[in-house]
Ligand binder design. Structure first.
Ligand SMILES: *Cc1c(COP(=O)(O)O)cnc(C)c1O
Length: 381
């Protein structure tokens, strides 16, 4: 069977280094708030090209903590609005509602699946304080228009960078584009820990300090609590693992790009809608643009659409190819948000019933990709 994502095989590549790292942490006798977290934070900040990286417990907490810090700093208050794409993973929305802020759902662009920036301005009210962009499936969601809007209305731009670590926009990495960003190192993400882990990045010294305190019971100094914080820390073990894997991230992302390019070139079934890269839409020319174009996506997921998605998925399963759906139910249709049942989001709904994610991973063999493409092309509905 071709697995959707074979984590055992991915991590087996680094087994020796990971075991060595684990042994060092065990022997050190120091498991939280130590040297390994500091070292990983430094390496992550250098990699992203930003002043501060703060290790936290997971990706959801990274986003929660950013918003909580803005509330502590008086930038936002309860009931303020945050603009967010309607088709994101539910964690983005949970981070907002958990802080008693109001998510304002905006439809995605059906071509890129990212927030439709041209719809943002009409959703801005007096209570809007931030735009939460999600680099969904690994593709940058950014434009000069977005920056212009944020500046005009004095909004913070917060990046949900859970899926796009390593992606770039005009030579700058996601996670360094907006005012603050949340990262997830959930095992299945492009940079995956061996358990839960996350990080916040920002160039804002004050914000970084408050996030760090909030993640540690609201305390900067032991037993002195300035804020009503959480306990959401990156631990030494995960930091040590992540430090090993960060070194291979660019190579892994490059391999994902190669798999994606092969899929795009060889899937010829006319009923299949392939993913569209945002920069290919604006007829770019020349070497510079081509490079930029390449780096705007790190292919966390390779999502296609098909009018008979369920039948296609069944056919692939029967032929030993595991696929997943990202995501079967949009946030506004979840029981957790039953008050929003009246909201109508046609494009979001369309994506949720047509999309299916193909296996994509840095260790995918040519034979495996070839087999997947063969079945996709032979499927007739
Ligand atoms: C994975 C993910 C999160 C949450 O990260 P966790 O580490 O699982 O808490 C948030 N947003 C998006 C878009 C994600 O894909």
């Amino acid at each position: 069977m071709i697995k959707f994502l074979d984590l055992q095989k991915i991590n087996a590549q680094y087994a020796d280094a990971l075991k060595q790292a684990a042994a060092e942490v065990i022997d050190s006798g120091w498991y939280l708030l130590g040297e390994r977290v500091k070292r990983f934070e430094k390496h992550l900040a250098e990699y992203i090209g930003i002043r501060h990286a703060i290790g936290v417990g997971n990706g959801l907490d990274a986003l929660r903590l950013i918003l909580k810090a803005y509330i502590e700093l008086g930038v936002m208050q309860e009931g303020d609005e945050v603009i967010v794409p309607a088709n994101t993973y539910i964690a983005t929305i949970l981070a907002i509602t958990d802080n008693r802020l109001k998510p304002v759902l905006v439809e995605p662009d059906i071509n890129t699946y990212n927030l439709d920036i041209s719809l943002v301005e009409q959703h801005i009210t007096e209570r809007t304080r931030a735009i939460m962009v999600v680099h969904l499936y690994g593709q940058v969601c950014w434009s000069s228009e977005l920056k212009r809007i944020a500046k005009k209305y004095r909004l913070k731009i917060i990046e949900d960078n859970a899926q796009a670590i390593g992606a770039e926009w005009e030579g700058r990495k996601t996670g360094a584009l907006g005012d603050a960003a949340g990262f997830s190192f959930y095992p299945g993400k492009n940079l995956g820990a061996l358990g839960d882990a996350g990080a916040v990045t920002t160039n804002n010294d004050q914000l970084a300090e408050v996030v760090r305190a909030l993640a540690n019971y609201g305390s900067r100094q032991k037993y002195v609590n300035e804020y009503r914080g959480l306990n959401s820390r990156l631990d030494e073990m995960q930091a040590a693992f992540l430090d090993v894997k960060l070194r291979f991230l660019d190579a892994e992302n490059q391999r994902r790009r190669e798999v994606a390019a092969y899929y795009c070139e060889h899937i010829t079934n006319p009923d299949i809608i392939l993913p569209i890269r945002n920069f290919t839409l604006s007829a770019v020319e020349g070497q510079q643009s081509a490079i930029r174009n390449l780096k705007s996506h790190v292919w966390h997921l390779f999502v296609i659409r098909h009018p008979k998605r369920n039948a296609l998925q069944k056919y692939l399963t029967e032929n030993g190819i595991q696929t997943l759906i990202h995501y079967p139910i949009p946030p506004h249709k979840q029981l957790a948000y039953k008050d929003w049942d009246e909201i109508i989001m046609p494009l979001t709904s369309q994506i949720h019933w047509q999309a299916v994610s193909l296996p994509i991973s840095p260790i995918f063999t040519f034979e495996e990709i070839h087999k997947v493409v063969g079945f996709l092309n032979s499927f007739s509905s």
